[in-house]
Ligand binder design. Structure first.
Ligand code: SF4
Length: 251
């Protein structure tokens, strides 16, 4: 019998529960500070465990400070069934909090007609074109009118994020961008989500540490780079979808 390599699993946190409580207090303070400093700050949620943790705190712990914060997600049209189920569960758990943005159907239809249903596998240019239509354009629409946005990015997630600051200037939109989990480890995020009983995508328990669109995401093995299952056919170690341009630390 051949032993198959084990799939990635959510990590266990080796530290004391009190340390997670302390980090959660700091995280809540960071979100309250964002809420107080802006009239309309929006969390861009990919429904990742990081974004679900932030959503849970915004909904349950911010009191009146929540009035200037909101959450949105992008339904690209090519999400896994498990991700769509989490979206439904989130709507019930956090009623009225999350807005869903979809791509422009006519533009997507034109792209598919011109290039084919699976054109994103054919070239980097076509892959970026698909991400631009299904993710970047809806993101730009979702952020119109906002004076800040919030992400669940962490420094440990990718080589492109090693220098990620807690606060940066989004110079393209001329607004602030906050990464309140920048200095959190993967194990700390999972411990906090477990402590708070935050709903998470069931794909995490099937070997998916980073979850995007279904055709562009595969499970990874234990010990592999956590983003190696995203656009797995590409060679570059700078695989991103264009939602996050390199950071410009705030002055
Ligand atoms: S992740 Fe894949 S399917 Fe999703 S928008 Fe990008 S190229 Fe298209």
């Amino acid at each position: 019998m051949i032993d198959l390599p084990a799939l990635w699993r959510p990590p266990e946190y080796p530290g004391a529960p009190a340390e997670i409580e302390r980090k959660l207090d700091v995280l809540t303070s960071r979100l309250i500070a964002v809420a107080r400093n802006h009239r309309d700050a929006r969390l861009a949620s990919s429904l990742s465990v990081e974004d679900m943790l932030l959503t849970d705190i915004i909904f349950n712990d911010l009191g009146r400070a929540r009035e200037t914060l909101s959450v949105f997600t992008l339904e690209t049209g090519l999400l896994h069934r498990e991700t769509r189920e989490l979206l439904e569960e989130s709507a019930g758990r956090y009623p009225g909090l999350m807005t869903v943005y979809e791509p422009d159907r006519e533009k997507v239809a034109a792209y598919v007609t011109a290039n084919g249903v699976h054109a994103f596998y054919d070239s980097l240019e076509l892959r970026h074109g698909c991400c631009a239509l299904r993710k970047v354009e809806p993101l730009n629409r979702a952020l119109q009118g906002a004076d800040a946005w919030i992400t669940g990015q962490r420094r440990q997630q990718a080589s492109t994020r090693i220098a990620l600051p807690l606060v940066e200037d989004d110079r393209a939109r001329n607004i602030r961008k906050y990464n309140p989990l920048a200095d959190w480890s993967e194990a700390e995020v999972w411990a906090a989500a477990k402590t708070r009983n935050v709903p998470v995508n069931t794909l995490y328990h099937k070997g998916y540490p980073s979850i995007g669109c279904e055709p562009c995401t595969i499970a990874v093995k234990a010990g592999e780079d956590i983003r190696s299952g995203r656009w797995w056919w590409e060679q570059s170690n700078r695989r991103e979808c264009g939602l996050h341009v390199p950071p410009a630390p705030a002055d």
